[in-house]
Every structure is written in C-alpha cells, then in structure tokens.
Design a protein around this ligand. Structure first.
Ligand code: S3P
Length: 432
C-alpha cells in the first residue's frame, strides 16, 4: 500500500541527497536549444525531471546516458526543435509546464500541453498573460489560465514586465521566450527568486545582465554554447534531513555537496536564527553554483518570525519549517507566504490540517501560519494530499512524534526525492 509507518528516533551519519530539481529541469531545457552536446553530471532522476526529459525527446532532442550515469543532451540549436506529434504531458510538474510555455511560445510550430489533475488546478495565467504581451498565441480554458493549453508558435517581441509575484518559474519562462523575441526584454522582480536560469544562460553565452531587481535579456547573436555541469545536491531535499537533525534529540547528520545558492538558502538562515547547531563545511563553487557540506546536530530551538524577501528563498521549505517550529520554544510566525496556496496543494491549508492531527499548535493565516511550541507531537494517521513536500514533512514529524505515525499516499515523495525512505533508514530511522 502507498503508505509508510514511522517510529520516533534520532538520525545519525553522513549522506548525499538527490540532485537539484530546478537545475536539472533547466539543464534539460537549455541543453535542448544549445548548439551541441551538453554534459549533465549527477542529474536528478525524479518524477518531475523525467517528465521534462520525456518532453524534450518529443521535441526531437536526443538524450543519452553514459556509463557514469551522466546525461548527454544533444542540443539542436536555438532553431532546431521539432513540432511534437502528440500532446506534451507535464504530469505533476509546474516547473516543466511554465518553463515550457516560455520555450514553445516563439517556436515556428504548434504544441499542446497537458497535466495531471493536480497541475490542471494550478495558475498558468501568470505565464500566459506576459507571454501574450510578447505576441504569443496561447489558448485554453479560462482564457488560457489553466492547462491544457495549446501554443500556436508565433513571432515574439520584447516587453518590460514587472513580475507581480516573485516567481522563478515565471521569470524563467520569460527569459526563455526572450531568446526568440525581437528587442530587449526587461524583467523586474519583486524579490530574489532562484536565479539558476540566469546563471546557466550567462554561462552559455546568452546576452543577459542583472542590475538590482532588473534583468535584461535578448536574442543571442549566434548559438548557445552547450553546458558542462555537475548538478549539486538539492537544498530543498536536504531540508528534510536538516529538520530531522535540528529537532530529533541525539541527531548528528552531515549532508555532502549541497547547493547553497543565496536565492535558495532561506531555511538555513532561519535555522541559524532559531539557534540551530548547523555549520557549513568545505564551501566551494561547482558548475557556476556555490556548494558545501552541511553538518547539523540537535539543539533546542527558539521561535522566530519570517516574512518579506526571505519567503521566496525558502518557499518550498515552508511545510517542513512548520514541523521544525512545532519543536521550537515560543511563537513562530510565517507571513507574506500567500504563494503557498498555489503550490502542488494549498500548502497553508494542508500543512495546518495534517500537523494538527499530530497535535501541533498551529493556526492558519491568509498568508501563512503561526505555531506555538514546543509541542510533544503524538503519532497519528496523516495524509500527504499527493504533495511530495508535505509527504516528507509529515514523515519527519512522524520521527519526532510519540508512538507510530502513518503517512498515507507517501510515494509522491519521489517527485523530487527518489529514495527518501531508504535515505532516512540508512541514517537510522525506523520506517516500514
Ligand atoms: C521553481 C520555482 C518555485 C518553486 C518550485 C521550483 C523553479 O516556484 O516553488 O518548486 O524551479 O523555478 P515559483 O516560481 O512558482 O515560485
């Protein structure tokens, strides 16, 4: 059955975590339009990234695997993608759908994008609206705000667009479209959304610049140089182990080779502010991204308030942050996080509902939540709602709760963290 049973106990040892999901998606999509073969070492093979892989193959891009497990993406150049014969199924992956809309809008062919019932509920207007302002023709239900969507590839022109919400997916879609648009595209972002697309495009020779909150991009004069990257461990996956280390008495975990890009490290900053015993070791740079080893040991935490620009830098970590907060002394407040309501699930509502079942003192707010701690959680039967990050957050809560916890519909963890249960077990967790 699709469920896991957890018993309380600390985690100890050293581990790697799966490769970064955001960087793997981008390596595939950007590699697809590079002029030659991109080498992607340590790619993430998860539900979401394999979805992007299937789709670029349908666009005529060959992807092969070396004996060392690297992906070779045989890029077709900026103008070499082929019209797909069938609908492109983005399954559960919002990053795939949104970045792809930007890539396909300016192609000289027709394409159609579909998604799972979960993805069909998520807002696409935030991408289709500015793309239309660039000349894109995208049609679908609810005036093109929901999947499925048809893209009638069209000539594009530049825009100056002020993002209404800090979103790396929207920013990246527009940057991809700008590679096919006449004139200089200017994007202003209201907060520091992850910048992997900008870093990778820059390394490929694309004319992209940043000045404060403004990013400018335009069509390259020639072709894009292929990528040669080693994908770091995903801090958003490491987050679950960091949480376990921080709140399970007796824990001591070292997580090697994790990406610590400043636009992603909000959870680390929050843990430090809460008094966690976390250190960065062996800091280095790899493939244009900062990387390091993270060492965390149990310590009593105190509650904090987070909001403003910090939210976007830990947006995917907020469900697990809520679990951490249940074990911190005092009040923890999360505000300015309304974006959580349009993730794989309404993560404010689902996190609050499920953590309450374990006895957490957590209140829902329109733009976040408030937690009072520390609370001794009590084992219960909880449900992931089909949301990978909630499944994993609840599993960690199950390791801190007294008696047994059952997480229902937990297999979705593999959307971003294949081998999640095995990784926990290797560190000593009691799960079956
Ligand atoms: C992502 C951006 C974020 C994040 C998602 C991955 C990306 O979404 O929540 O998991 O790879 O660009 P938004 O851009 O919608 O905030």
């Amino acid at each position: 059955m699709d469920q896991i049973h957890l018993s309380p106990g600390p985690l100890r040892g050293e581990t790697l975590v799966p490769a970064d999901k955001s960087i793997t998606h981008r390596a595939l999509l950007l590699g697809a339009i590079a002029d030659g073969v991109s080498r992607v070492r340590n790619p993430l093979r998860s539900g979401d990234t394999l979805t992007t892989l299937d789709i670029i193959r349908k666009l005529g891009v060959d992807v092969t695997e070396t004996d060392a497990g690297e992906w070779l993406v045989h890029g077709r150049g900026l103008h070499g993608l082929q019209e797909p014969e069938d609908v492109l199924d983005c399954r559960n992956s919002g990053t795939t759908a949104r970045l792809l809309l930007g890539l396909l809008a300016g192609q000289p062919f027709f394409s159609a994008l579909a998604g799972s019932p979960q993805l069909r509920k998520r807002p696409m207007g935030r991408v289709t609206e500015p793309l239309r302002q660039m000349g894109a023709q995208i049609v679908g239900r609810d005036e093109g705000r929901l999947l499925p969507l048809a893209v009638i590839g069209s000539p594009l022109h530049n825009i100056e667009y002020h993002l209404p919400v800090a979103s790396a997916q929207v920013k990246s879609a527009l940057l991809l479209a700008s590679l096919y648009a006449w004139g200089l595209t200017v994007i202003k972002e209201p907060g520091p959304a992850r910048d992997h697309t900008e870093r990778m495009l820059g390394s490929m020779g694309a004319p992209i610049t940043r000045k404060g909150p403004y990013i400018t991009s335009e069509q390259p004069e020639g072709e894009l140089t292929p990528l040669d990257i080693t994908v770091p461990g995903d801090l958003s996956s490491a987050a679950f182990l960091l949480a376990a280390g921080a709140i399970l008495p007796g824990s001591d975990i070292r997580i090697r080779a994790v990406g610590i890009n400043p636009t992603r490290r909000g959870l680390l900053d929050a843990l430090i502010a809460m008094g966690a015993d976390v250190t960065l070791e062996n800091g280095r740079e790899s493939g244009g991204e900062p990387v390091g080893d993270l060492h965390i040991r149990y310590a009593q935490l105190r509650g904090i308030t987070i909001g403003g620009d910090q939210i976007v830098t830990m947006i995917d970590e907020l469900p697990i942050f809520a679990v951490i907060a249940t074990q911190a002394r005092g009040e923890t407040i999360v505000r300015d996080a309304g974006e959580l309501r349009v993730k794989e699930t309404d993560r404010i509502a689902t996190t609050v509902t499920e953590l309450r079942k374990l006895g957490a003192d957590i209140e829902e707010r329109p733009d976040g939540f408030v937690v009072h701690g520390p609370t001794p959680l009590k084992g219960a039967r909880v449900w992931s709602h089909g949301d990978h990050r909630l499944a994993m957050a609840l599993a960690i809560a199950g390791l801190v709760a007294e008696n047994a916890t059952v997480v229902e519909e937990s297999a979705c963890a593999a959307d971003s963290f294949p081998g999640f249960v095995e990784t926990l077990q290797r560190l000593g967790a009691r799960i079956d």
